[in-house]
Design a protein around this ligand. Structure first.
Ligand SMILES: Cc1cc2nc3c(=O)[nH]c(=O)nc-3n(C[C@H](O)[C@H](O)[C@H](O)COP(=O)(O)OP(=O)(O)OC[C@H]3O[C@@H](n4cnc5c(N)ncnc54)[C@H](O)[C@@H]3O)c2cc1C
Length: 437
């Protein structure tokens, strides 16, 4: 080897590595990912005036493949952060559409409309839930982050993580340059396929706790409920999963399908073909799509479900949102739990900083709080997900509820109350409930 070349190369590499060290960022807390989980963690840290860094591979506003339905849990977390945020959302009807209920369509094509929270609806200032394209909702959250406390790094994909004596080093690529950052506490919020979850918590994809999803945007879908109910269509071919049709502002609709990955591969289902066939042939929806047009491509992404308890923290790290696999296994709702976990992670980050403890034992209090808050609901939704294997049960419940106002009211209460929902976790309870009305 030519010695001069070697020397030049050595100096080049030496300078580059020194540059890396000089350019390395150092912060007590780094949040990986600025979706709903990461942005919420950041917002609560800002509220506590705690400096931190937040890194995302995308540039905001950015799209996220999703059904775009935001539940009451999202509203609850926003209210905890700052009640005026919810007013801001609802004051922009071109981007955020209020929704007052859900339509359930059974495999036999009969359906029922179940309003959310009928008893105290009159006291509500806004609709109980809303629908907004994620490109708008996530950007809205991102814009609220206070740059006085948060250093935001965009278009920076984290590629590697390792432990150091002081904490954690992360490696990321930005505009073709490799950079590093170090912290005492890393909050993993990079969604499905999280590097923090893989490298530090050793999580893998598990097909029995993972759902495959597709999303399409349409324009011209007709006959939505006047109060913009979201629609879940339990079509035989898609059980244990469903097709959704959600109204959006500006006359658009979010249409998609989701199915447990294990079941999809066992049944060898082509989700895209099944979805397009249902749109063309299913008696409940086909006429409503007669003049509809697909906007852009049909896109797919995974849903890591919270049907199993996992270790979601450890030495110098916590996992939030999809990185922690917290999606509701029955409804596929993940934004609310992502924000909830971001909020709880910020509380534990503050505590860890105050106590200067980032060891595994100290961080385990985060797992306890998350599962104290979410596990009952996740466990119950897992049971309900298993019931969706029984198409006949859906037909039966929907047929009965269509005729009985009392049963419909019970189902409304069930959407609102975990306690009432828990009474319906075994099929025998359904039978009793249905025969009572
Ligand atoms: C098809 C489908 C339909 C869904 N429908 C609904 C629904 O209607 N309602 C609902 O509540 N939930 C729904 N979900 C679930 C919901 O989308 C997720 O639960 C939610 O996005 C989780 O938020 P998050 O912040 O954890 O992750 P994400 O929203 O995925 O955000 C992660 C962020 O991390 C960034 N990132 C990723 N990798 C890196 C990296 N290496 N370096 C730096 N940054 C990185 C990404 O750019 C992104 O901004 C659906 C999911 C799918 C797939």
């Amino acid at each position: 080897m030519d010695c001069r070349l070697w020397t030049a190369d050595f100096f080049h590499r030496f300078a580059a590595s020194n540059f890396l060290i000089l350019a390395s960022l150092n912060s007590d807390i780094i949040i990986a990912g600025a979706g709903p989980a990461g942005a919420t963690a950041s917002l609560f840290l800002c509220k506590e005036k705690i400096p931190h860094v937040i890194i995302d591979k995308a540039k905001f506003p950015r799209d996220k493949i999703c059904g775009d339905a935001l539940s009451g849990k999202v509203v609850e977390v926003l209210n905890k952060l700052d009640p005026s945020l919810v007013d801001k959302l609802y004051n922009d009807p071109a981007l955020f559409l209020g929704s007052y209920g859900v339509k359930f369509a059974a495999p036999n094509s009969n359906y029922i409309d179940i309003p959310f929270k009928t008893d105290h609806l009159s006291q509500l200032k806004h609709a109980p839930g809303f629908i907004a394209k994620r490109i708008h909702f996530d950007h809205f959250l991102f814009q609220q982050i206070d740059r006085q406390y948060a250093t935001i790094i965009e278009e920076a994909a984290i590629t590697e993580i390792n432990y150091t004596d002081e904490g954690v080093n992360i490696y990321y690529e930005q505009a073709g340059e490799k950079k590093t950052a170090s912290c005492k506490l890393l909050i993993g919020a990079e969604g499905d396929r999280s590097i923090v979850a893989r490298k530090l918590a050793h999580h893998n994809m598990e097909p029995e706790h993972y759902c495959a999803g597709l999303r399409a945007y349409y324009t011209g879908v007709k006959n939505f409920h006047p109060q913009d109910f979201i629609e879940l269509h339990f079509i035989k071919e898609l059980l244990p999963g469903y097709l959704w049709v959600f109204p959006l502002p500006n006359g658009e609709a979010n249409v998609g399908v989701g199915m447990l990955s294990k079941a999809a591969s066992k049944k060898k289902i082509n989700l895209k073909q099944t979805m397009l066939k249902a749109i063309a042939e299913n008696p409940t929806i086909k006429d409503r799509f007669k003049d509809a047009e697909l906007i852009g491509e049909i896109k797919g992404w995974g849903l890591p479900l919270g049907s199993k308890k996992r270790k979601i923290s450890g030495k110098n790290f916590m996992l939030t949102g999809d990185a922690a696999s917290l999606i509701d296994p029955f409804t596929g709702e993940g934004i609310g739990n992502a924000m909830m976990s971001g909020m709880i992670a910020a509380v534990h980050a503050k505590r860890a900083l105050q106590e200067n403890r980032f060891d595994e034992k100290a961080m385990a209090a985060y797992d306890e709080d998350i599962y104290k808050c979410l596990w009952d609901e996740l466990k119950l939704s897992h049971k309900l997900q298993k019931l969706t294997n029984y198409g006949w049960l859906f037909n039966f419940v929907v047929d009965k509820a269509a005729k009985s106002e009392t049963l419909r009211n019970t189902l409304t209460a069930m959407l609102d109350s975990l306690e009432i929902r828990s009474k319906l976790r075994d099929p025998w309870r359904y039978v009793k409930l249905i025969f009572r009305y």
